[in-house]
Ligand binder design. Structure first.
Ligand code: AMP
Ligand code: ZN
Length: 492
């Protein structure tokens, strides 16, 4: 565990709407659960923002010396198209459209998700459980909730009894909703509903014959409700009560509200100590979302094949860009902001390269201890990455001044600054030096040669050769993009 002085982490708890000192249930250990993707299509950059935000949380907790069990699920059944209890399963729907087995859809988009997460240099969670792999645990949890009197069965489906629950425990606390208002807003919906109350939500749904994904249960063939998997899997791997639960802001209601109700109804204790919610990534001021078409896929950004950005941006520039907003603020994706982030990222990497070559002096012209403390202070204040980045840039200025002889640093300070800066940039923010990775490598040199040859072909209007090179590279997974300024390339 790092020095006592720096163990002063405060987290904004969405449940209490306050920043609270972080005290884990078991000293030195942290249990953290984050709602993962529903794998029925490619993750867009908005989804990525949420997962990158929690990757930084995971990284910082580890950096402080905590032993963290990080569970992030894969939703591969039960998430219906309207995010509620009726309609088709998102994965089954996609399977029908693409004429695939539902598990083929799951496999395809899980691989895509992992690939994107790798490109963004996010760490793999300790456990990545799937909903379909935990049907038994979900059935057991439903039985427990029924036994405790908070759920009922109708026609082979089981519903959570929200009104009954609300008599014993508060429902709606996380999202600040009052049950009376919720009832007033939903009363008039369909009178055909088999639920006792429209607020009730499905724990288990009876499956009709044409349903693709279904399992035997005490209530007949069916499938679990969307909210249940997270409760069942977090209980299994982190216990009835655990430290941190995260997800995007849009999951607060009903998903997380229902998770609290399920956990409490089954285990008689509220499941989570600190609820954390990441804010949305917006594009042109509107929430990035696949269904509205207002979204960019990661590879479209990396290759530049999109209608929104004027040039391609690399994964690390995008990651660095995301660090410039605190996870609880919205972040708008624009070309200008990404161009600025690119400059900042290069400046930061250059300064880090310089660190190893700096001359040591007798004394330091700055208080390096204080500078380093400011890195911890920023992150301890609810993972405030933009303040951390600003403080790192104070250090960048200092480093640049040392190289020009305007300022000095002594040996011990230099060693400490180097260790801590690299720790914060590489281990906590999760950035990599992309230049270093392919700056000296063979591929870069070969590509420069190939693109030069292609440029020569284009200059003599030999389009056949030029296209042959481009198509051949595409086959090898390298995308070449031509613009007025020349050609750029990206590995897919
Ligand atoms: P889904 O696959 O729809 O269940 O979403 C996966 C995660 O991405 C959830 O935590 C969502 O809250 C999050 N998410 C979806 N859209 C955005 C967005 N525009 N910005 C940030 N996070 C998002
Ligand atoms: Zn969840």
């Amino acid at each position: 565990m790092k020095h006592q002085m720096i163990q002063d982490l405060h987290i904004y708890n969405s449940l209490t709407r306050k920043k609270e000192k972080f005290i884990p249930i078991h000293e030195n250990f942290v249990g953290m659960y984050v709602c993962g993707p529903t794998v029925y299509n490619n993750v867009h950059l908005g989804n990525c923002r949420t997962f990158i935000s929690f990757d930084v949380v995971y990284r910082y907790l580890k950096f402080l010396g905590y032993k963290v069990r990080y569970v992030r699920n894969i939703t591969d059944v039960g998430h219906l198209v309207d995010d509620a209890d009726d309609g088709e399963d998102k994965i089954a729907k996609k399977a029908k459209i693409d004429r695939l087995e539902p598990m083929e859809v799951v496999q395809k988009y899980t691989l895509d998700f992992h690939n994107v997460m790798r490109q963004f240099n996010t760490l793999t969670p300790s456990i990545e459980p799937t909903a379909t792999g935990h049907i038994i645990e979900q059935i057991e949890m439903i039985l427990e909730i029924i036994k405790n009197g908070y759920a009922y069965e109708v026609n082979g489906s089981v519903y959570f009894d929200v009104e009954k629950y609300n008599k014993d425990y508060p429902y709606g606390e996380l999202s600040g909703r009052k049950i009376e208002d919720l009832i007033a807003n939903t009363r008039e919906l369909d009178g055909q509903d088999e639920k006792r109350n429209p607020l009730d939500f499905a724990l288990w749904k009876n499956a009709s014959d044409e349903h693709l994904m279904k399992w035997p249960s005490p209530w007949g063939l069916g499938f679990p409700g969307w909210h249940l998997e997270c409760s069942a899997m977090s209980t299994k791997y982190l216990g009835e009560k655990f430290d941190i639960h995260g997800g995007g802001m849009d999951l607060k209601f009903p998903h997380h509200e229902c998770e609290i109700a399920q956990g409490t109804a089954s285990n008689q204790c509220t499941p989570v100590n600190y609820w954390m919610h990441g804010n949305m990534l917006t594009l042109n001021g509107k929430k990035m979302s696949k269904s509205t078409g207002n979204s960019i896929l990661p590879h479209e950004l990396f290759t530049g094949e999109n209608d929104f950005m004027e040039k391609p941006f690399s994964p690390m520039v995008v990651r660095f860009f995301m660090m410039q907003a605190q996870y609880r603020s919205t972040l708008d994706f624009t070309s200008e902001a990404l161009l600025a982030a690119e400059k900042g990222y290069i400046k930061l990497m250059n300064a880090l390269n310089l660190l190893d070559t700096l001359p040591a002096s007798e004394n330091s012209s700055q208080d390096v201890g204080k500078m380093i403390q400011s890195f911890y202070d920023a992150m301890n204040d609810d993972f405030n990455t933009p303040i951390l980045v600003a403080n790192l840039f104070e250090a960048v200025k200092y480093i640049n001044n040392i190289t020009t002889g305007k300022e000095q640093i002594k040996k011990e300070d230099l060693n400490q600054l180097s260790t801590e800066m690299k720790g914060f940039v590489f281990d906590v923010l999760g950035l990599k030096n992309e230049e270093e990775n392919h700056g000296n490598n063979r591929l870069e040199k070969i590509m420069n040669l190939v693109l030069d040859l292609r440029q020569e072909a284009r200059a003599r209007k030999d389009w056949e050769t030029s296209d042959k090179i481009r198509d051949g590279l595409k086959d090898a997974g390298i995308i070449v993009k031509d613009s007025k300024e020349g050609s750029t390339w990206e590995v897919r």
